[in-house]
Design a protein around this ligand. Structure first.
Ligand code: F6R
Length: 629
């Protein structure tokens, strides 16, 4: 995910920006850039790929051009960015900083501007010349346009009030060289206070080696920084006071964003991750945009007879959720198999079949082998992955990226929800092309997908402590009651079965408790024998056409003394009669509720593993990327 760093002060800014970007590398990125105020020009450098390429571009400028290089080396105000592409391809012109037509305003932006198309059109009509495909560039032109109001903060304030979406940005203006103005709307941005110098960054590690004194920016606030002063403004221009706080984090805690573990941090990042994944594919309007997916153009997609999904572990579960969406919405025949099995089956696919390899790392040996086998048999192969340039992207005919950012915790969390979101988008696109969904339904569901980040945030807020981010409420109660259990059963039907499988996998891999996950209707054909008084049984009972059947299964297990923990919709009060604990999800479309339902189950697994004193980030015997068969 993208990273921002900005500085105003008395020291040479270029090295501080580069060092700050290096500290943000762990977030993942595909290009980077810096801009500094160097005398009477703003000088910018951008490079695709690893930060090393930007360092080399800086070194080349120093070797080549004495005049500019000296001005840059003595510059003391600047901004830097690492970009994880959302709108527009990975290339130098889409990398940040972005700038206005007269090169007087530069900005670095994280997040998404939802109304950029309309704003871009308006600014172009007024003469703005755009040089990138990004939504972010619109902010540079908009701020420049509003500079007529007077100061940079006046311009940013006016721009902020016109922008829709979730974002954080920092703007810099040639005419006000000792000032940066930042904005925070649902994406992180913090201030670092030094002695005669001030930092602005998307995460504390960017400046932690320079200062430990920080000021937090609230949502919907504008911050104006100069070397000696910081002002916080509301969207109406009113001034807010803010304490300076001393950070006592070490570097590792800082990388975890203050959370106890990477896994917890990544669970909390899921709203942003989904927003980045779906935004450029759904905005504007209700149309799902799957352009730029290699060989998978609309003609190819229209001609598909059958889909086969393959992957391992959590990725397989995301694929399973995708299967239900593809069948339900696009009415397309869809099969799924784990990659380690599929690769050795008789390959009965060919032209007209689409094989989807789900792999967050893009490097899982079995998934790659399964994709290759399908390709050799003549199928079109699509990779769904989180890693630009990974092997899966090179082997596939097309790639649909998730934009989860780097995931460090071994147990997949944010990459999983993004994989599911991508499968929803593919199912909607196919439904649109095949005419299998009424336009009104399409409009409603695309609208709910756009609001998924908010729904995810709601689930996380309800299930965690606002100060520590740790599991709280019913999730924490269920964990406290069952952390010593030696067995958990998970049940679900239809798409809820995939949630049960994923919930059970999360619990077993980080807590080492034995789990079984079953299609609820199959339970009475065997696993019911495992139930004893007090056995914890997690039942995915979100809304669905088979919910009554699920409720019957809950009654069956309760009758055998099991302790039922249900995952259910907010407004479903009947469920309380059948469960000891209910983990709630918002009342969104029934096909989307299961995605939200995985989040309390991640937190339940997390709470139990932590209570058992285990290392959730690095569970025993597991590797983040499984490159062996
Ligand atoms: C479980 C988990 C694994 C991975 C699996 C596939 O939390 O992370 O089950 O999902 O190893 O990995 P990728 O998606 O990289 O192919």
């Amino acid at each position: 995910m993208c990273g921002i760093v900005g500085y105003v002060g008395k020291r040479p800014v270029q090295d501080l920006l580069l060092a700050g970007l290096k500290k943000l590398e762990y977030r993942g990125y595909d290009s980077a850039g810096i801009s500094v105020i160097a005398g009477d020009e703003i000088e910018s450098l951008r490079a695709v790929g690893n930060l090393q390429n930007l360092f080399e571009a800086v070194a080349a400028r120093e070797a080549d051009d004495g005049g500019v290089a000296v001005a840059v080396q003595t510059a003391t105000t600047g901004i830097g960015h690492t970009r994880w592409a959302t709108h527009g391809r990975v290339n130098e012109s889409n990398a940040h900083p972005h700038f206005d037509t007269s090169n007087a305003v530069h900005v670095v932006v994280n997040g998404i501007v939802e109304n950029y198309v309309a704003l871009k059109r308006r600014l172009q009509d007024m003469g703005a010349v755009f040089t990138s495909e990004t939504d972010a560039e619109v902010i540079a032109h908009l701020v420049a346009h509003h500079c007529a109001l007077g100061s940079l903060e006046d311009a940013v304030l006016a721009a902020f009030n016109e922008l829709e979406g979730h974002f954080a940005f920092v703007a810099m203006r040639l005419d006000e060289p000792d000032k940066l103005v930042g904005v925070r709307k649902e994406c992180p941005l913090v201030v670092g206070r030094g002695d005669g110098e001030t930092f602005l960054a998307s995460a504390i590690p960017a400046f932690l080696s320079e200062t430990r004194r920080t000021q937090y920016i609230e949502n919907d606030e504008i911050v104006v920084i100069t070397p000696d002063d910081v002002r916080f403004l509301g969207p109406d221009g009113s001034e807010h006071e803010r304490e300076v706080e001393e950070i006592d984090w070490d570097e590792e805690t800082a990388e975890k964003g203050g959370f106890d573990t990477f896994m917890l941090k990544e669970i909390h990042e899921q709203a942003d991750a989904i927003a980045d994944t779906v935004a450029d594919r759904t905005a504007p309007g209700t149309h799902v945009d799957l352009d730029d997916v290699g060989a998978l153009d609309e003609n190819m997609l229209r001609g598909i007879d059958r889909i086969l999904i393959t992957g391992c572990g959590t990725a397989y579960h995301a694929g399973l959720m995708g299967r239900y969406a593809l069948e339900e919405w696009a009415q397309i025949r869809t099969e799924i198999d784990v990659a380690s099995e599929y690769r050795y089956r008789k390959q009965l696919v060919g032209p007209g079949d689409l094989v989807i390899g789900m792999t967050q790392s893009g490097e899982t040996a079995d998934t790659l082998a399964a994709m290759r086998a399908a390709h050799e048999a003549g199928a079109t192969v699509l990779a769904v992955t989180n890693v630009v340039g990974s092997q899966a992207t090179r082997d596939a005919d097309g790639v649909l990226y998730t934009r989860a950012g780097l995931e460090i915790g071994v147990a997949a969390t944010k990459t999983f929800v993004c994989q599911v979101a991508v499968m929803y988008l593919l199912a909607l696109k196919l439904a649109e092309l095949r005419g299998t969904m009424k336009p009104a339904t399409m409009e409603r569901i695309v609208g709910e997908i756009k609001r998924l980040p908010h729904s995810v945030q709601e689930v996380i807020a309800a299930a965690t402590d606002p100060d520590t981010g740790l599991p709280a409420g019913p999730v924490a109660e269920a964990a406290e009651r069952h952390w010593q259990a030696d067995f958990f059963l998970y049940l679900g039907r239809h798409i809820g079965l995939a949630v049960a499988l994923e919930g059970a996998l999360k619990l077993k891999e980080i807590s080492y408790i034995s789990t079984d996950a079953y299609a609820a209707g199959e339970m009475k054909h065997g696993p019911i024998a495992l139930l004893e008084d007090g056995t914890p049984v997690v039942v995915v009972a979100t809304d669905s056409p088979v919910k009554d059947k699920v409720v019957s299964n809950m009654q069956e297990v309760a009758a055998r003394g099991a302790h039922v923990i249900a995952v259910a919709a907010e407004s479903d009060h009947e469920i309380d009669e059948h469960a000891k604990q209910v983990l709630r999800v918002p009342d969104v479309d029934w096909m989307l509720q299961p995605l939200l339902g995985t989040i309390p189950l991640q937190l339940l697994a997390y709470a139990i593993a932590s209570r058992r004193g285990l290392n959730v980030d690095q569970p025993r015997n597991l590797a983040k990327t499984v490159t062996v068969e």
